[in-house]
Design a protein around this ligand. Sequence first.
Ligand code: 6PG
Length: 471
Amino acid sequence: MSHTTYDFGMIGLGVMGRNFLLNVADHGFSAAGLDLDAEKAQALEEEAAGRPIMGTTSTAEFVKALARPRRIMLLVPAGKVVDIVIESLLPHLEDGDLIVDGGNSHFPDTERRGKYLKEKGLYFVGAGVSGGAEGARKGPSIMPGGDKAAYEIIRPVLEAVSAKVGEAEEPCVAHMGRGAAGHYVKMVHNGIEYGMMQLIAEAYDLLKQVGGLDNPTMHQVFDQWNKGALRSFLIDITTEILAQKDDLTDGWLVDAILDKAKQKGTGKWTSQNAMDIGIPVPTIDAAVTMRGISSLKAERVAADAILNPQLASAAAVDQAEWIEQMGKALHFAFLVTYSQGMALLTDASKEHDYALDMEAIARIWRGGCIIRADLLEQIRQAYSTAPDLKNLMVSPSFSEDLLATQGAMRTVLKAGIDAGVPMLAFSSTLQYFDAYRSGRLPLNVVQAQRDFFGSHTYERIDRDGVFHTEW
Ligand code: 6PG
């Protein structure tokens, strides 16, 4: 379909880009797509089916077709490709045009690109987009950051295409903050995603190895969990995963999948930046570490033959009781994982000068994104009451739920340890809780050691000043 001035342009017509663009067109905007791969541009035109959409492989044609100020979104692989695409656009763009990077770019790259494009008189928005291919088509959660004026240019499109929540149909998009705020928030979203995925995997293992549950029973357990406090996208898809029969054998598909999980980097970046700014996120660290351990498959198989501790077989558990304890423990672990991620965002907002609105983040994560869960409304309310909350765990509703479920967490961990089940995320989660709620930690000994061997000095609990001892 020909048009002289299209409202919106998309570069990168992989399944995410095409789906996002079709979503844009469904909401009354005309849209142009660019991909150097002619097959993808062609696929878009075929899928367009009467909608005001054009696909092209020519950058010049693409840019010329767009109404000014041009609104161009990139959904291309994070990294060098983003810079290459930006460079290829520059000769064609004019003052006031806007580029939106919708990929999982690393936030320092977004910071750099924003400054670079500003010098050239262009607007730039780094926007995290969550929800996978289906979200892109039906309504993702979108986390845009950068100049507010730049966001305003794209706001009508993003509000139209985003997921909607509640009777008021609140859009799952909001301006996250200055600079690279959008990609930072998306990075932490993915860190939380890693944590929750690993916790669910460990819960599955505990149900199976300690509780002796088979796949159909676990499917029912997850289905029940998804009707209560754990209701979330990730529990929902795990419910389906556990019911999936294998096409190639007569078993269950989940049992045929190799136990090596890959990663593209966002979880690792979360842990790295958390370390840099000194905010602990041990559940996320554990999840990243477990992806690493999972990839050492051959070593693990070899070690299995050497390091078998010959544990006494675990005492039989009451299945119904075990399922209940597991559900409570997973609830506890979800609460703590969100708390870690949100605490990181709170601190990063000051550290990176993003001016994040914590309530808005929780609000737009209630729909469309991978970590959407009923818990997000509880989180939104906590920040609505106390916008400066340092850690969700001490908010009244969280502390009440944590205290009600921490006993189950201890029960589960004790049984899991006796059975030798690896639970890095579960145990890190409880340890974080126990450390955070400890008014006094044994780090006085660490500080004494530092002073002993390095004269690094120490402070005292009973008087001001800096002290050193000739030990
Ligand atoms: C989302 C997902 C999405 C993607 C991850 C997967 O929010 O829609 O997080 O961004 O699926 O990048 O990350 P890993 O490949 O690192 O697991």
